[in-house]
Ligand binder design. Structure first.
Ligand code: GLU
Ligand code: MG
Length: 459
């Protein structure tokens, strides 16, 4: 596996640059998108003619960071994009002579810029490497495809559009031709980029689909997730569909999650240290502390895993989304599931709370740091919860802590959790918190149509 990034694997950078340049020549590339990730997890970037990519990789490309909302303050606005040569690939969804590279953000002195989400994850991976572990993650990314309201005749009126799912199928049914073609093309493009996209299937609700990425180095999986969203969006718009990674677009239908399956490997023996060797899905003592650490910080990191006002309408319990800070073997309502069944012979540790609106770099960083904290502190693992799908008490057993019920509660919890705050670092924490406080305040001010319908005449 070829996990690497600018901070942990610089030794052979010259050779990697040479490989990227050769690939650009072989494909007669004309333009290269230099992409970076902002704090909400969106891909941003600029495009350079191919003649500039060598100097981009050796010297970096200047840009004004302060014009990217929430990224840099005026005083630190001179930033450079430093492309990761391993991410050079043809942007097949755009055309055969367009390539893309994912960049790290660095200061004029080529130091990592601390508000770069890739740096936050690189630091967490380096912390894991310091204690002998590497962190591999797979992802099941769910999303909806709707008919584009513009094509459907009700136009962009400024009001929320009426959502018409692009098909009326259900779980594992064969999707209709348009959706099938789109998802298969997305899988094939992702594979062409070197990502481990392994399957796609229809999800439970009409118009809802899933694309799966097999376990890979954490940085590559985060790169793959943001790329997957970009590719699906671009392909959907090409065929007149509206894609959404919003966690709960329809009140009466399933939400969209992004389940992350985690593997922690011993860097010398390559063994998965989460499970007892030869005992299937039995957690090792170290695995128990890792899970316990993630549960102990579940409420504190929830704002990172599920970052929108809308995320908390998915986490109410039911529809196989989690509502409690618990782990279970079969309970799909738990925060972490450790199934007895194994995927292709390897046991999994599946975190179910994240949704596809999260910034995957920050999500993986806080999950990993919370797990490492559990190992360091030898946090004891509570018993499994196989029953509760809704927040609160489990019949006849002790109370289970619920996940935060609103974004407001989640950002308050983030403020209290010093492990999660220091995993993000002060610059990301401050910027993230300020953006989320604004979002929460805007939502609190909003008078919804539900309120008007319920109260206007009856209050
Ligand atoms: N859509 C569900 C969620 O919101 C998950 C369904 C599944 O288990 O695949 O998490
Ligand atoms: Mg699913």
């Amino acid at each position: 596996m070829t996990g690497s990034n600018s901070w942990t694997n610089d030794a052979d950078r010259d050779a990697r640059i040479a490989r990227a340049l050769q690939a650009a020549r072989d494909a007669r590339v004309e333009f290269v998108h230099l992409q970076f990730i902002d704090i909400p997890g969106t891909i941003k970037g600029l495009t350079v003619p191919v003649e500039r990519i060598e100097s981009s990789m050796t010297e970096g490309v200047w840009f004004d960071g302060s014009s990217v909302e929430g990224l840099a303050r005026i005083a630190e606005s001179d930033l450079y994009l430093l492309p990761d040569p391993d991410t050079f690939a043809i942007a097949a969804w755009e055309g055969p002579t367009i390539a893309r590279m994912i960049c790290s953000l660095v200061t004029p002195g080529h130091e990592p810029f601390p508000a770069d989400p890739r740096f936050v994850l690189a630091r967490a991976l380096a912390d894991a490497a310091d204690v002998g572990f590497s962190y591999h993650v797979g992802a099941e990314v769910e999303f909806y495809l709707f008919e584009d309201p513009q094509d459907g005749g009700n136009g962009h009126t400024g009001r929320a559009p009426t959502l018409r799912p692009a098909d009326s199928r259900s779980y594992f049914e064969l999707p209709d031709e348009r959706a099938a073609a789109l998802c298969q093309r997305a899988v094939s493009i992702l594979r062409g980029l070197g990502y481990r996209a392994s399957a796609t299937h229809h999800e439970v609700s009409p118009g809802q689909h899933e694309i799966d990425l097999d376990e890979d180095d954490g940085m590559r999986t985060a790169d793959a997730i943001v790329t997957l969203k970009l590719v699906v969006r671009s392909l959907a718009h090409q065929v007149g569909l509206l894609p959404t990674f919003m966690p709960k677009p329809i009140e009466s239908a399933s939400g969209s999650g992004i389940h992350l399956s985690q593997i922690v490997l011993d860097r010398t023996t390559d063994e998965n240290v989460i499970f007892e060797p030869g005992r299937g899905s039995a957690l090792s003592p170290l695995g128990q502390h890792f899970v316990a650490g993630q549960l102990a910080h579940a409420r504190g990191m929830c704002a990172i895993l599920a970052p929108l006002v809308n995320s908390y309408k998915r986490l109410l319990g039911g529809d196989e989304a989690p509502a409690n800070v618990s782990w279970g073997r079969v309970n799909r309502g738990s925060f972490i599931r450790v199934p007895e069944a194994q995927s292709f012979g390897s046991p999994l540790l599946e975190v179910r709370a994240p949704d596809p609106s999260c910034n995957p770099y920050l999500a993986l960083a806080v999950l990993l740091q919370a797990g490492l904290d559990g190992i360091r502190e030898q946090t004891p693992l509570p018993g499994p919860d196989e029953q509760s799908a809704r927040p609160g008490m489990v019949e006849g057993e002790a109370a289970v802590d619920p996940l935060p019920s609103t974004l407001g509660e989640a950002i308050e919890e983030l403020g209290w959790d010093m492990v999660i705050r220091s995993s993000l670092g002060q610059p990301v924490f401050e910027r993230f918190l300020a953006a989320k406080e604004r979002e929460w305040l805007a939502y609190r001010h909003h008078i919804s149509s539900w309120e008007l319908e319920s109260y206007l005449e009856n209050a």
